[in-house]
Design a binder for this molecule. Structure first.
Ligand code: ADP
Length: 616
C-alpha cells in the first residue's frame, strides 16, 4: 500500500507474506535458502576485500615497504578474492540451476493444489482472480523473482554492515585526534556522519516516493493490461473468433486497441518521468556524498589522523554504503510489489481441503446395495444469500432408475454436486447407508459415482486414457464402453484406435471430435468406471435425435442393475424411469412414475403438456 506520505515501502503484512512464501519454499527447497544466504554474503564481502587490499597496498608503498612485503599483501588479497569468487561461482551455478528448475515446474504445485482444494473454491470468482494474478504477474517466476530480489537485498544489507565495520575505526581515530589537539575533528566527524545519513535517508525516501508513483501508474493501467490479455486470448483461437467475424466486431476491437495503446503510452511516459527523477536524485546524492567523503577523508589524512591508504578504503566503503542504501529503496519497492503476489500464492496454497478429512472406508457390499438419504438438506452457494435447495427430504436405493426433472435453474445439478461432495450442504445432512457422507474417505466415496456432467470435459489425451481416466487402459473394457455409448462405428474408423489423440493441440495426427461424439466419449468414461451409481446430467444435450434415441435405448444395457440418476429438463427423456422427482425452485414438488404424475395436477403435467408438442 501507498504510505501516508506517498512512500511505497514494505509494511508488516508484506514481510509476513514474503516470509510465508519463504516458509513454503523452505519445506521443499531448504538448500536454495542456504545458498541464497551464502551467495549474498560472498557477493557483499568480496568487493570490500579489494577495497581494503588497495588501501593496504597504497599505505605499504607510501611507507616504503619492500617488494616481498608488497607481494605478500597482493598475494593474500588476490588469493582471497579468487577463492571467494570460486566459491561464489559454484554457489551461483547451483542457485541459478535450482531457480531455473523451479520456473520450469512452477505450475505443478499450483495444479496439484487446484486438484486437491475444496471444489467450491474453483467456482469462486475471488479465488479465480487470485490464481490469475499468480499466473499472470508472478506465477511462472514468482519464487525466482522474490529470491533474486532477496539476494540483492541481502547483498545491500551486508554491504551496509561491512561499510560500517570498515569505516568505524575512522571515527574512533578522529575522536583520538581531540587528545592530539585537533579540536574540530570530533565535531566534524559527527557532523559529517549526520550529513551523510541525512542524504542517504533523503535518497531512500525519494526512492520510495518515486517508486510509489510508478506503482500507482502501474495499478491504474492494470485494467487495460487485463483487457489486453483477454483480447489476446479471444483473438488467438479460431473457436472464439467465429462470432467476431460473423458479427463484424473488428471495429469494436480496433477501437479498444486504440484506447489501450493510448493509456499504455501515457503510462509509459509517466513511469519514465518518475524513473528519471529517481535516477537523477540517486546520482545527485551519490555525487554529493562522494564529494563530502573525499573532502572529509582528505582533511583527516592531511591532519595525519588517517593514512593515505585509509582515504581510499574509507571513501570507497562509504560510497558503497550510500549506493547500497539507494538500491535498498528500489529493491524494497520491487519486493513490495511481489509481496502482494506472494500473499496470493500463500493464501491459494493454504486453501482448505476439507473433503479430505473423512476417514471411514466405504462399505464394500457384495449385493452392491446402497441407500441414499437427503435429510433436511438446504444449500446456498458460498457468498450467496439465496437458497438453491430448500429442506430436501428423500431416500433412494441402489438398483433404482431415478429421474430428476424440472425447469432450468431449479437445482437439479446442484443436487448432484452435493451428492458427489463437490460442495458441502449448508444445513441438514446427506447419508449413505445411514452415515453422513462427509465422514467417508473422499477417494473411496468418489469411487461410488460415475457422472457425466452437462458441461462434461474431454481432454487432449489419447482416447483410451480419456475413457479409462488414467494411464492404465483395459483395451477390451474401453472398446466395450465406447460401443455401448454409441461410438462403436466411429471408433472403428479411427486409424490409431485408443491411442488416437483427442484434439490437435499436441498431436498433428489428433482427431477433432464433434460435440456429440465428445459427449459419447464422456458417457463411455462413465460406463468404463463401472461404479454403483451412474449419474447423467442432460446426457443427450449435444446429441442428434438419432443418437439420443440410441442412448435411451441403450440406457438399460449401460447401467444394468446400478442406481441411475438421470437429469433432464426434457420430460420425454425420463419416461422410462420408475421414480421421477420434480424439482421446482429448490424443492421436490412431486414424485412418482410417469403414469402417476401424468394424471396428477401439478408442475409435471404442466411441463409435459407444454413440451409434448415438440416430442409428439
Ligand atoms: P439446474 O441444473 O436445475 O438447471 P442448477 O442446480 O445448475 O440448476 O442451478 C440452480 C441455481 O443455482 C441457479 O439459480 C443457478 O444460477 C445457481 N447456481 C449454480 N451454480 C452456482 C454457483 N457456482 N454459484 C452461485 N450460484 C449458482
Amino acid at each position: 500500500m501507498q504510505g501516508k506520505k506517498g512512500v511505497y515501502l514494505m509494511n508488516k503484512k508484506d514481510w509476513k507474506n514474503i516470509f510465508a512464501l519463504l516458509g513454503a519454499l523452505a519445506g521443499a527447497h531448504t538448500d536454495v535458502l542456504v545458498s541464497l544466504v551464502l551467495l549474498s554474503v560472498l557477493q557483499a564481502v568480496r568487493p570490500f576485500v579489494a577495497v581494503i587490499l588497495t588501501g593496504t597496498l597504497v599505505d605499504a608503498v607510501y611507507e616504503g615497504a619492500g617488494m616481498k612485503e608488497l607481494f605478500g599483501y597482493a598475494a593474500a588479497g588476490v588469493g582471497g578474492i579468487f577463492l571467494m569468487a570460486a566459491v561464489e561461482s559454484v554457489v551461483i551455478m547451483f542457485f541459478n540451476r535450482k531457480l531455473e528448475y523451479m520456473q520450469e515446474i512452477q505450475a505443478l504445485p499450483l495444479n496439484k493444489k487446484s486438484m486437491a482444494m475444496d471444489y467450491e473454491y474453483l467456482e469462486d470468482t475471488e479465488i479465480h482472480g487470485k490464481r490469475e494474478r499468480i499466473e499472470k504477474f508472478g506465477g511462472w517466476s514468482l519464487m525466482a523473482i522474490v529470491l533474486s530480489m532477496l539476494n540483492k537485498l541481502l547483498v545491500a544489507t551486508v554491504t551496509v554492515v561491512m561499510a560500517v565495520f570498515v569505516v568505524f575505526p575512522m571515527f574512533i581515530r578522529s575522536n583520538h585526534a581531540v587528545s592530539k589537539g585537533f579540536i574540530g575533528s570530533w565535531l566534524m566527524a559527527v557532523l559529517f556522519l549526520a550529513v551523510i545519513l541525512l542524504l542517504v535517508w533523503a535518497e531512500f525516501k525519494a526512492g520510495g516516493y518515486f517508486n510509489g508513483k510508478v506503482a500507482m501508474v502501474r495499478k491504474q493501467i492494470s485494467g487495460h493490461e487485463a483487457r489486453s490479455k483477454y483480447y489476446l486470448d479471444i483473438l488467438g483461437g479460431h473457436e472464439k473468433q467465429k462470432d467476431l467475424r460473423i458479427c463484424k466486431q473488428q471495429t469494436l476491437y480496433e477501437k479498444e486497441f486504440g484506447n489501450i495503446a493510448f493509456h499504455m503510452k501515457k503510462a509509459v511516459d509517466q513511469m519514465a518521468h518518475f524513473n528519471v527523477l529517481d535516477i537523477f536524485t540517486q546520482q545527485s546524492v551519490s555525487a554529493l556524498t562522494g564529494f563530502l567523503v573525499y573532502v572529509f577523508a582528505g582533511v583527516l589524512a592531511c591532519a595525519g589522523i588517517i593514512s593515505i591508504g585509509n582515504v581510499v578504503t574509507y571513501a570507497a566503503s562509504i560510497l558503497k554504503f550510500t549506493d547500497a542504501v539507494g538500491r535498498m529503496a528500489y529493491l524494497l519497492n520491487r519486493l513490495k510489489r511481489n509481496a502482494v503476489f506472494a500473499g496470493d500464492y500463500v493464501e491459494y496454497m493454504n486453501l482448505s481441503q476439507r473433503k479430505h478429512e473423512g476417514v471411514i472406508p466405504v462399505e464394500k457390499r457384495k449385493d452392491g446395495r446402497f441407500q441414499v438419504e437427503f435429510d433436511h438438506v438446504s444449500f446456498r452457494y458460498p457468498g450467496s444469500e439465496t437458497y438453491v435447495l430448500k429442506d430436501l427430504n428423500l431416500k433412494f436405493e441402489i438398483g433404482e432408475k431415478m429421474a430428476i426433472v424440472g425447469k432450468n435453474g431449479s437445482g437439479k445439478t446442484t443436487f448432484i454436486k452435493l451428492l458427489c461432495r463437490l460442495y458441502e450442504v449448508s444445513e441438514g445432512c446427506i447419508k449413505v447407508n445411514g452415515i453422513d457422507i462427509r465422514k467417508y474417505d473422499y477417494e473411496e466415496y468418489c469411487d461410488l459415482f460415475a457422472v457425466v456432467f452437462q458441461d462434461f470435459q474431454v481432454f487432449s489425451f489419447p482416447l483410451g486414457e480419456n475413457v479409462a481416466s488414467g494411464c492404465e487402459v483395459d483395451t477390451a473394457r474401453a472398446e466395450d464402453a465406447l460401443e455401448r455409448a454409441g461410438m462403436g462405428e466411429r471408433y472403428k474408423r479411427l486409424p490409431e484406435g485408443l491411442r488416437t489423440s483427442v484434439g490437435k493441440e499436441f498431436e498433428e495426427s489428433g482427431v477433432t471430435f464433434s460435440g456429440g461424439e465428445k459427449q459419447k466419449i464422456a458417457i463411455a468414461r462413465a460406463i468404463y468406471k463401472d461404479a454403483p451409481f451412474v449419474i447423467m446430467d442432460e446426457p443427450t444435450a449435444a446429441l442428434d435425435p438419432e443418437s439420443e434415441c440410441e442412448v435411451y435405448a441403450g440406457f438399460d444395457k449401460m447401467v444394468g442393475n446400478k442406481t441411475s440418476i438421470y437429469i433432464s429438463h426434457r420430460l420425454a427423456s425420463c419416461r422410462f424411469c420408475q421414480d421421477i422427482l420434480v424439482f421446482d425452485k429448490g424443492r421436490v414438488v412431486q414424485r412418482g412414475s410417469h403414469e402417476e404424475l401424468e394424471h396428477q395436477d401439478g408442475l409435471y403435467r404442466e411441463l409435459w403438456e407444454a413440451q409434448a408438442q415438440y416430442y409428439a
